[in-house]
Design a binder for this molecule. Structure first.
Ligand SMILES: [Zn+2]
Length: 499
């Protein structure tokens, strides 16, 4: 069935027909000359064939997403999830290599020649977010982790895309390699050690996606950040018997935090400071010798971030002068801002336009309505306004159309894909796995990420990525355009963790 076609200009003449045999079906990619362009032929990609192959294996991909949702693992602990992906990809003809930079990181590659298309997957869960697949807040394991960022979907969807794209290239005799990146610990350190080690340097195009409440190319950028702990050291004494002998590290923490409150007014728009007192001392009758503030600093771009960090360092030193204490800092993680690539995003949009969106059944609609109703009416807009999506979408429980949101927008949060985007042309998309108005890191998103609706939307995201990858593999000029755009705006890569 020919559901839709999208066309891409390329520099070849003539026509050919590529046959792509999947495990159970034969799909045909027709490459046809359409029109009389000077040096180009239009190639036509049968996106429906990609979708059909993914749908034929729906139970397999859904089972992976469900299994990982049922067995959530925190950042740096994803032994089981990583093993599931490595085993599956090895069984589908991918050569798997584990990386030493981070536990449970790996790549799985299949194909030959150029271009090299990266598809990135994540699989870590969040602490204390255990949640049943229910419209009521109820933990499956009290205090346990849960997939409130939908990385069970993100990993399985990316895996499906990588598999199907690699098969399309192999069956069609199309040059190109597909490399699935297993990226652990997105919620903490992220793929920064892999980027710093040059693991992405030979990639032509990097693709990924993220579960969300809308369907759109990921046009928007994100904030650069730094996660840093300031540990103050003073001198302990009895708080009542000899307070004059003590030098309170907690006083230093409080003065430091207060200085950040005053600093806020004089920071550029888009700069954010948020902190917790991660060590406040042991007992009120002991002057605390040790205390610490764990701070996230965010700024629009990595270069802006470095300037803010210098000022924060001065504030920490000031607090030590006032309290006769000393301070040390420890950097936990840091991410660059994300640089979207328009050539990739435009191609993704074309692909998404011809791939039919999934339809929820009546149970899935009822579940979405019930979940949506648990988010306060005024809070539902929080997912839409930062990416300039119309709030009128909230009249429905599920985003049933394709949007094109986020151009020239920046979200407050940070993505480790940002560091990848500094090194290679990178594109992303969002798929509406969650009800409209449900945002990430909530019990509602954890509940939705285990639902049959989320699995349908995940498969649509997978097809979109695979078809995008195929478009680039078929058209070297498109790859060159994406690389040119990337080179034009290229800034030298320097991790925000390297002050
Ligand atoms: Zn996430």
């Amino acid at each position: 069935m020919q559901v839709g076609l999208f066309t891409i200009p390329v520099g070849l003449k003539g026509s050919r027909v590529l046959c792509w045999t999947s495990s159970c079906k034969l799909h045909v990619f027709a490459l046809l000359p359409l029109g009389d362009r000077k040096d180009s032929t239009l190639k036509t990609v049968d996106s429906a064939g990609i979708m059909a192959t993914i749908e034929a294996r729906a139970s397999e991909y859904d089972a992976i997403a469900k299994d990982i949702w049922e067995h959530p693992e925190l950042s740096h602990e994803e032994e089981r999830s990583s093993a599931i992906y490595r085993k599956r990809l090895a069984s589908r003809g991918f050569a798997v290599t584990e990386y030493p930079e981070m536990p449970y990181s790996f790549v799985a590659e299949r194909g030959a020649g150029d271009p090299l298309i990266a598809i990135m997957g994540e699989y870590d869960a969040l602490p204390s977010m255990s949640q049943a697949c229910s419209p009521h807040q109820e933990a499956l394991h009290a205090g346990g982790p849960g997939h409130a960022c939908g990385h069970n979907l993100l990993g399985a969807g990316s895996l499906a895309a990588a598999e199907v794209l690699a098969e399309a290239l192999a069956q069609g005799g199309i040059p190109g390699r597909v490399r699935f990146y297993g990226c652990p610990a997105e919620e903490s350190l992220g793929r920064i050690p892999l980027v710093k080690a040059g693991r992405f340097d030979d990639v032509d195009i990097a693709l990924t996606w993220h579960p969300a409440d809308v369907n759109t190319p990921h046009r928007y950028t994100s904030s650069a950040n730094l996660s840093i702990v300031f540990s103050f050291t003073g001198r302990a004494s009895h708080a009542a018997m000899a307070p004059q002998a003590g030098r309170s590290a907690l006083d230093a923490v409080q003065l430091f935090n207060l200085s950040l409150e005053f600093m806020r007014e004089h920071l550029a728009r888009g700069t954010l400071l948020h902190y917790v007192i991660s060590d406040g001392g042991a007992k009120p009758n002991i002057v605390p010798a040790n205390a610490a503030t764990w701070l996230y600093i965010r700024a629009p771009r990595a270069t802006d971030l470095r300037e803010v960090v210098k000022r924060v360092m001065k504030a920490a030193r000031g607090a030590t002068l006032m309290t006769e204490t000393s301070v040390d800092h420890r950097i936990l993680a840091g991410k660059c801002d994300y640089i979207p690539n328009d050539v990739i995003q435009d191609t993704m949009l074309k692909v998404m336009e011809v791939l039919p969106l999934p339809h929820p059944d009546s149970d899935e609609l009822a579940f979405a309505r019930a979940l949506q109703a648990t988010v306060a009416r005024n809070d539902r807009q929080a997912t839409l306004t930062p990416i300039n999506a119309p709030v009128s979408l909230l009249d429905e429980p599920i985003h049933g159309q394709l949007g094109d949101f986020g151009r020239l927008c920046r979200i407050g949060g940070s993505l480790d894909t940002g560091d990848v985007s500094y090194v290679v042309p990178t594109g992303q998309l969002n798929s509406a796995t969650w009800p409209l108005g449900v945002g990430a890191h909530s019990w509602q998103s954890a509940a939705a990420s285990g639902s049959t609706w989320a699995f349908k939307a995940m498969r649509w995201a997978a097809a979109s990525m695979a078809a995008t990858g195929l478009a680039f593999a078929l058209d070297p000029k498109l790859v060159a355009r994406a690389r040119r755009e990337h080179a034009k705006g290229k800034k030298p890569y320097r991790s925000t963790m390297d002050l």
